[in-house]
Design a protein around this ligand. Structure first.
Ligand code: UD1
Ligand code: UDP
Length: 354
């Protein structure tokens, strides 16, 4: 079996790593296409190095740009590779523009399409991810759902054929790499942090970064929290912070440790030892849950409702006072209940494709 995998953005390298491994272990041939949506070393190559992902067979080097332009360039490049490689399956991950381009290219050429992380919904059509995932789900042949909620979302849209509840490949990745991170990462010592003595924050959603009111509000909330905050800054966010007034940038620098984006192992290490995670990232909400770290989500809604229902995640949006108030919460008792599969989602996916 030959599988053409399309990845392009940071979380997709992490989601794809365990599936690549499972494909290889089962003796299948994977042809890896990197769209080039993310391209800085710290947003791309570091994940290939740390997670042992094979070098891409093709890098479309599309780069950054408006949605239509970016998606169109990807679509053109992926279509060409599909015509040359003639795979049995195309696999796409999550909800980025790379996902949608891979899905469109596959279904236009009638190549069977598998969507990993299918069925997620925020029900917020202002998010580019929501268009990407709805469209991708509706042209997929196999839909690999991480949660029961995702299966139910698809069912409400009339999709039940080809739907498989397999669990989350990000959970597979955490099980494979959390121990490696504990052994190899020195990030806590490097930053002079004590376990449970800091908060970890990330922000990159357009709703927060491209709206100066929300961005200012989040930054001043982080400033007001009376504990060290480690803030690895996504390049989109760094640009937007640079556009804010000097007062905000100076104040944020004073209290909050704004650092470059981290590699996966350092990130896993910081997550595991944080007292609390504040984020608008989908992946980090889940990782907080996997590690039993309370999470404050800087959004009004989430696709990962299980984390909220279980009491480990709270939706706060960008309101400064709410963020500061919620950041005082204690860790809930016990551990989060299992909700993201058995840690063998990747093997189950490969089994269904075979
Ligand atoms: C994209 C995804 C989002 C995902 C996120 C993961 C879409 C529509 N959005 O958002 O779903 O959660 O990736 O991180 O697909 N940039 C760099 N270097 C890079 C990459 C980006 O400087 O290596 C800067 C560019 O200025 C670019 C901006 O970041 O314009 C945004 O990048 P883009 O890939 O368009 O969107 P993300 O916000 O990263
Ligand atoms: N991540 C990382 N370094 C960082 C920020 C995030 O390794 O500086 C990892 C994080 O642990 C998670 C994934 O990237 O596995 C989440 O990606 P991101 O927040 O960019 O996108 P989202 O999950 O929101 O689509």
């Amino acid at each position: 079996m030959k599988v053409l995998t399309v990845v392009g953005a940071r979380p997709q390298f992490i989601k794809a790593a365990p599936v690549s491994k499972a494909l290889w272990e089962a003796g299948h041939h994977e042809y890896l296409v990197h769209t080039g949506q993310h391209y800085d070393y710290g947003m791309s190559q570091v994940f290939f190095d740390e997670l042992g992902i094979p070098e891409p067979d093709a890098n479309l080097a599309v780069g950054s740009g408006p949605h239509g332009w970016q998606t169109a360039r990807m679509l053109e490049g992926i279509e060409r590779r599909l015509l040359e490689e003639r795979p049995d399956w195309v696999l796409v991950y999550g909800d980025t523009n790379s996902t949608l381009a891979g899905a469109l290219a596959a279904c236009k050429l009638h190549v069977p399409l598998g969507h990993i992380e299918a069925g997620l919904r925020s029900f917020n059509r202002e998010m580019p991810e929501e268009h990407n995932r709805v469209l991708t789900d509706h042209c997929s042949d196999l839909l690999f759902c991480p949660t029961q909620t995702a299966v139910a979302n698809l069912s409400r849209e009339g999709i039940s054929v080809g739907v498989h509840l397999v669990g989350d490949t990000m959970y597979d990745a955490v099980l494979q790499f959390a121990e490696v991170a504990r052994r190899r990462s020195t990030i806590l010592e490097d930053l002079g942090l004590a376990p449970k003595g800091y908060l970890l924050a990330t922000v990159h959603r357009p709703l927060n970064t491209d709206n100066p009111v929300n961005l200012r509000s989040i930054l001043s909330a982080l400033e007001e929290i009376d504990e060290p905050v480690v803030f690895p800054v996504h390049p989109r966010t760094r640009q937007r912070i640079a556009e804010l007034g000097d007062d905000v940038r100076a104040s944020a620098r004073h209290h909050v440790r704004m650092i470059e984006p981290l590699g996966y192992l350092d990130m896993l290490s910081l997550e595991q030892q944080a007292r609390l995670i504040l984020t608008d990232s989908g992946g980090m909400q889940k990782e907080a849950y996997f590690f039993g770290i309370p999470c404050i989500t800087l959004r009004a809604e989430t696709e990962w409702v299980e984390t909220v229902d279980a009491g480990w995640n709270v939706l706060v949006g960008a309101n400064k006072d709410e963020i500061v108030r919620c950041a005082r919460v204690d860790t809930p008792p016990g551990s989060p209940p299992a909700a993201f599969g058995s840690g063998r989602a990747s093997q189950e996916i490969v089994h269904e494709l075979s």
